[in-house]
Design a protein around this ligand. Structure first.
Ligand code: CAA
Length: 257
């Protein structure tokens, strides 16, 4: 069940979640995170869904951050609670057993940038803008932005973005590795869907293991990460997908996963 600020659309193997509060540039509230958590539970169980796309409603924003009017009501305890809720849901997105693509159609600021960084792949429209402007509000990123941004773009660039609060455009975000690619605004959703479709006829268990190997392995040293990869590689050989994939190759036919 979605709340009014989140729309869910299913189209065959693809699910699209749209942050839908364009009047406030899709700013994130406690309810948005609770709703997103519920949608992830639904999509995790739905075996027909193979890839999830996140995007924002309206012309201007993917998500312009945490809802500043809500932030204005917080004290230290409730601020920690909000941060921990958001971090838990974004962690869940990052560990989601199916690929998640962010189709970034406009501003991805503060919590919006942090949300996008929890996705596996980020595609930006040429009108997208990125930033962590929290210092302008006298706060710091609280949805794990200090951690994910420095891992994605390096410590120096993360510090520059976070200490200045300045926005960068999509091309610059691509240059520093914050997004995978930039596409024309009009073709953003088509590009996101066509990328998603390329994953849909592949082995979903293999993609899930690959995601685990990359995300969890990166938190280990190289030797432990490589051993972890070998364990997951071994686990692939217990799956039907592995039998099917290898048989299909030997029989010179397309694999059916
Ligand atoms: N929270 C609540 N409302 C927001 C918002 C936010 N993060 N961002 C925009 N809005 C609202 C504006 O208040 C405005 O509402 P009204 O029409 O009722 O006045 C509406 O959305 C449209 O915004 P603007 O009129 O400001 O649009 P603009 O095109 O002139 O500017 C913008 C766009 C540069 C993105 C500007 O809105 C802005 O700077 N927004 C705030 C961005 C920000 O600071 N984000 C970080 C929030 S902190 C955070 O995310 C916390 C965290 O990590 C834990």
């Amino acid at each position: 069940m979605a709340d009014e600020n989140l729309l869910l659309e299913k189209d065959g193997p693809l699910a699209t979640i749209t942050f839908n509060n364009p009047k406030a540039l899709n700013a994130l509230t406690v309810a948005t995170f609770q709703g997103l958590d519920r949608l992830l539970t639904e999509l995790e169980k739905d075996a027909k869904i193979r890839v999830v796309i996140l995007t924002g409603a309206g012309e201007k924003a993917f998500v312009a951050g945490g809802d500043i009017s809500h932030l204005g009501t917080l004290d230290a305890d409730s601020a920690r609670e909000f941060a921990l809720l958001a971090q838990r849901v974004i962690d869940r997105l990052e560990a989601f057993p199916k690929p998640v693509i962010a189709a970034i159609n406009g501003y991805a600021l503060g919590g919006g940038c942090e949300l996008a960084m929890g996705c596996d792949i980020r595609i930006a429209s040429d009108s997208a803008r990125f930033g962590q402007p929290e210092v302008k509000l006298g706060i710091i990123p609280g949805f794990a932005g200090t951690q994910r941004l420095s891992r994605l773009v390096g410590k120096g660039r993360a510090k520059e973005l976070i200490f200045t609060g300045e926005m960068i455009d999509a091309e610059e975000a691509c240059r520093i590795g914050l997004v995978n690619r930039v596409v024309a605004k009009e073709s953003l959703m088509e590009e996101a869907r066509s990328l998603a479709i390329k994953m849909c006829d592949k082995s979903s268990s293999a993609i899930r293991f690959a995601k685990e190997a990359i995300d969890n392995g990166l938190e280990m040293d190289f030797a432990r990460g490589s051993r972890y990869e070998a364990d997951l590689f071994a686990l692939c050989f217990t799956t039907e997908d592995c039998k099917e994939g290898i048989s299909a190759f030997m029989e010179k036919r397309p694999a059916k996963f």
